[in-house]
Design a protein around this ligand. Structure first.
Ligand code: SAH
Length: 264
């Protein structure tokens, strides 16, 4: 599998069997925890059975050899990449591959994104500890965990129920108890929690969904891959102007799984 870097697009490949359903969601929301408080992760280290020194060293090497050379500079984002145990967000047979800089299959034909791209997209959002951020495409929950390290409140929507449920378990196990998860079509956004300071879309629609623009605050940032399924898309950073239109700040060629509309 080839590496995916900005300006050097590669496939986010799909495969692997469906992960087991670990628990059933109540209604259309899956909570990593009961508390509605802010979204700060545990600051104490994970037990060594879940995060060994080998994994921590592998994360540091990934940041030093891939994430920083990819151009990521924000210290908060780099610290998040050193902290979040990516292996806990992939099936256990893939733990040894979790700190290579490439996507991995997470079931149902979906993938966890390449770490350097997760870091770049997070940096593009310009988050602070007070930010409220919405993610479309929870997938494994890894990007949501990285967001939780740098933002105050994280909301994330996943259309495939088994993935949302597995992500909720992984987020809880890794200590990101307060990420809010919803099962549904992220095209509609999460109107009850709007406006957002930033929105990140990790699946590719053919056009920018209007509800997401509406749910962004003035000056808010939207990071979104736009383009056809199965082809190279354009990763755009868009900033909402006072008149409600979007200013395009940057774009990179990328390849994401498509944003789908129907709940299977
Ligand atoms: N951010 C994820 C990777 C995302 S892969 C991670 O860190 O692991 C893209 C995800 O978008 C897939 O899980 C896919 O099921 C989901 N998706 C596709 N269309 C969607 C939609 N309309 N609403 C919400 N999620 C969607």
């Amino acid at each position: 599998m080839s590496a995916l870097k900005p300006g050097n697009p590669a496939l986010l490949l799909c495969s692997a069997a469906c992960l087991a359903l670990l628990f059933a969601a109540a209604g259309d929301e899956v909570r990593a925890a009961e508390s509605p408080a802010t979204n700060r992760p545990m600051k104490s280290p994970l037990p060594s059975a879940l995060d060994s020194g080998d994994f921590r060293r592998a994360r540091d090497a990934l940041v030093d050899r891939e994430v920083i050379p990819a151009g990521v500079k924000d210290p908060a984002v780099l610290a998040a990449m050193r902290r979040v145990p990516r292996h806990l967000f992939v099936p256990e047979p893939l733990w040894r591959e979790a700190y290579a800089d490439h996507p991995l299959p997470i079931g149902l034909g979906q993938t966890i994104s390449q770490p350097s791209l997760v870091a770049l997209m997070t940096e593009m959002l310009g988050l602070t500890p007070g930010s409220r951020v919405l993610e479309i495409g929870t997938g494994s929950g890894y990007q949501a965990a990285v967001l939780a390290e740098v933002a105050g409140e994280v909301y994330s929507i996943e259309i495939l129920r088994p993935l949302a449920e597995t992500a909720a378990v992984a987020l809880r196990r890794a200590g990101y108890d307060r990420v809010r998860l919803r099962i549904g079509d992220g095209w509609q956004g999460w109107p009850e929690a709007a406006p957002f300071d930033a929105i990140i879309v990790t699946c590719a629609p053919e056009e920018v969904p209007a509800p997401l623009i509406a749910q962004l605050r003035e000056g808010g940032r939207l990071c979104i891959p736009v383009g056809p399924a199965g082809a190279t898309q354009e990763l755009r950073l868009l900033v909402k102007r006072a008149d409600g239109t979007l200013e395009r700040k940057a774009s990179h060629p990328v390849r994401f799984v498509p944003l789908t509309r129907a709940t299977p």
